[in-house]
Design a protein around this ligand. Structure first.
Ligand code: LLP
Length: 435
């Protein structure tokens, strides 16, 4: 019995819709997002904070997948929004995102990006470094404008999936080091500034994390720093942002916890450390990306050429590849897939799923057992909703896929497929004479 939703034809269902019909209607490669899963994840985060009786903001880390319609979904769910560039900010403004719930990240924000953020009075800038403090002082003075900030700190906790490590000094391009006095110096530079209003601290310890311990250690380090500043300078930080990074299940080897578990455990650490002090419980903010949209996304590809290498492997090529999902090539990321029109058929053959880019390393899945595949079959690759389309490129001048939203048996186009005309629309003809 298949663990996937299937109709009478033996076709995979996505959001209640026949995936083969979606492939026919919109073409392939196609990203399909099931909005109901995204809403479920968003509500789970929000409800966990409510149950814990803690003031909170849940911000969608939109680098995972950014588009006008996706921002509108996140706004419907009352999430805040983490943007990291003028491009993401501009997209958010186009989507009508309430500016007071936009948070602006980045380790090298340009003057024009900061100006755009100030012009639109966005909710919070997450300040990364001393140069940015300088720029912000200069700009807010010039414009005579106030701005809310968080200071991003590097807590010396790094987490990857199962392991976490604490280091005295972390080699990271992001944030002020908590342990060597940088964070204290940054605090000194801003906490009495007239225009810059320090809300609190931010950290982000990694991505695709399965265990809670790294988050708890980071939470403890940051809250202790905030309490220390309170005791020394009677300055009350009101926000503690603990970033994102909650893992998801790409394949059966992945063992993430329920997203709410991470939140609950961090909150308990903070509550315990704040108890019996005069320091007021801060708002807790988080920034999940992958855990909101990752498993809601499925990529549909049309299968084409097959190449058998006896006793080695069978390559099965699809009409996309590293140009729409670079994660396997870049990180060795693993994915699960099915033949969407053969869900009920018997598993018969081992394949390597190859992309169509001119690189031997363009393999989407190294080993997978599937029913016998034929040209024209549709491959559905799961859990591609985060950092798939977002990291897509026009390598080999491939056109980027379309993105479709499905929910309760409805569907709509959210991002159009690129056309060949789009491919050349920035190109200019040669005008210089040949010698
Ligand atoms: N907040 C900050 C400051 C971040 O840098 C990130 C991710 C997030 C939140 C969201 O993390 P998430 O909840 O999605 O794990 N391209 C890589 C992932 C890069 C993550 C970068 N920062 C991948 O495809 O695995």
């Amino acid at each position: 019995i298949s663990k996937h939703a299937v109709n009478k034809k033996g076709h995979l269902l996505l959001g209640g819709i026949d995936s083969i019909e979606l492939a026919k209607t919109y073409g392939t490669p196609l990203f399909v997002y099931d909005l109901s899963l995204i809403r479920e994840r968003a509500r789970a985060f929000i409800n966990t904070f409510k149950e814990q009786n803690v003031q909170a903001q849940v911000a969608y880390a939109s680098k995972a997948f950014s588009s006008v319609a996706m921002y509108q979904v996140m706004n419907q769910e009352n999430l805040s929004l983490d943007v990291v560039s003028a491009g993401e900010l501009y997209t958010a403004l186009k989507a009508g995102y309430p500016v007071e719930r936009i948070h602006f990240h980045g380790n090298n924000k340009s003057k024009s990006e900061l100006l755009l953020a100030l012009e639109h009075n966005i909710g919070c800038i997450v300040v990364d470094n001393f140069y940015e403090i300088e720029l912000l002082k200069e700009l807010t003075t010039e414009l005579n404008q106030k701005v809310n900030i968080l200071l991003r700190v590097t807590p010396g906790v790094e987490a990857h999936t199962h392991d976490y490590i604490t280091t005295g000094q972390q080699d990271s391009k992001f944030g002020f080091d908590l342990l060597n006095g940088q964070a204290d110096r940054a605090f000194q530079e801003v906490y009495q500034d007239e225009n810059i209003q320090l809300l609190g601290l931010h950290c982000h310890i990694g991505s695709q994390i399965f265990e809670t311990v790294g988050f708890k250690v980071a939470a403890e380090k940051l809250i202790k720093k905030m309490i220390a500043w309170y005791n020394e300078f009677t300055f009350q930080c009101t926000v503690l942002n603990l970033g994102g990074g909650f893992g998801i299940k790409y394949t059966d080897e992945d063992t993430p916890l329920e997203p709410s578990v991470y939140v609950k455990e961090m909150v308990i650490v903070v509550k315990n450390l704040v108890a019996n002090t005069d320091f007021a419980m801060p708002e807790i903010w988080i920034e999940p990306g992958r855990s909101l949209v990752g498993d809601a996304g499925t990529s549909l590809y049309t299968i084409g050429a097959e190449k058998e290498i006896p006793n080695v492997r069978n390559y099965l090529a699809v009409d996309g590849g590293m140009s729409d999902n670079i994660r396997p090539a870049l990180y060795g990321a693993l994915y699960d897939a099915v033949i969407a029109n053969k869900i009920d058929e018997k598993i018969e053959k081992e394949y390597t799923i190859a992309g169509k880019c001119c690189e031997s390393g363009d393999k989407l899945i190294d080993h997978i057992s599937l029913p016998k595949a034929e040209a024209g079959d549709i491959l559905a690759m799961f859990c591609t909703g985060a950092y798939g389309y977002a990291m897509a490129s026009n390598y080999n001048r491939l056109t980027r896929p379309a993105v479709v939203f499905v929910e309760h048996a409805n569907h709509q186009l959210a991002v159009k497929r690129e056309t060949l005309e789009d491919i050349v629309h920035l190109d200019l003809p040669l005008t210089m004479e040949k010698e």
